[in-house]
Ligand binder design. Sequence first.
Ligand code: ADP
Ligand code: MG
Length: 323
Amino acid sequence: MSEDLLKVKNLKTYFYTENGIIPAVENLSFNLKKGETLGIVGESGCGKSITSLSIMGLVPNPPGKVISGSIEFKGKDLLKLNEKEFNAIRGKQMAMIFQEPMTSLNPVLTIGRQLTEVFETHEKMNKKDALEKSIEMLKKVKIPYAEKRIHEYPHQLSGGMRQRVMIAMALCLSPELLICDEPTTALDVTIQAQILDLIKEVKDQFNMSVIFITHDLGVVWEVATNVMVMYAGEMVEYASRKELFTNPLHPYTKGLINALPDIDKEVSELKVIRGMVPDLTNKPKGCIFRERCDYQTSNCELNAPPVQDFNGHLIRCCNVKMV
Ligand code: ADP
Ligand code: MG
């Protein structure tokens, strides 16, 4: 068995706002092995981005703060590092790409300037070598006419090309962990498929572990080795990709799978999960999902369900028994 690169244990990240305390991530635990792609899926607002920002040490503070837990990366608890020690890891050993590359790319600098700076600063390369290396990176992410494109500004590129540049930037220093936060959500379906293929390809090429965040289970099916389903800041189910899709146990996961478009189904048959995500400042007692659950019993109101472990298939639901 390959070893764990990342071990997140009982992570709690809260936001302290005028409207109250928001437990954006509540008691979250999961491991990520070398070479694994973990898909994190859940509706908007369920804590996916805050989970990744907690790992990257980038939770906006204030109002947010990691209040307890541990995040072990290669055996070191990231929460115990000072800013200087964290900076030595961020970008180099772990990197992140976001949904909207324009928020991360500098609009007034050419792509080349932004890439070469990474090599000049971190690898102490001279300008010529940095430019050569930058062009090589653009070729790795399959940007056509890389020698010409490198002199363009971000706004001159299409959304798909910009996302390729972001991936190239993230890969510059050969990180061991790549966190992708909805990297294809803003793209057309065909471009989305190309970017997913690219991420799979560079993952193998650079021998990385990947955390892939998405609200779309269809995308999880394409990329993930294992899947964690989050709901209202908590993990509700965790399993291998195949197990999750063939034997989903949590009513929320079942709802997400039922809501997937199926080419054999009439569109009118598509099922949506009724109700809405609870207000996190005022979470319901007992099971967080119970208000939307078709299988609710009086039990669900009494206690928050503990995590049950069925041979590595984890589930947080009182009514599930493995048969
Ligand atoms: P998503 O799963 O869509 O990525 P996020 O992780 O971004 O969700 O957010 C989880 C929750 O954290 C949100 O529902 C929101 O209530 C809260 N949150 C996120 N960012 C902030 C912020 N800057 N200030 C206050 N609350 C925030
Ligand atoms: Mg998000």
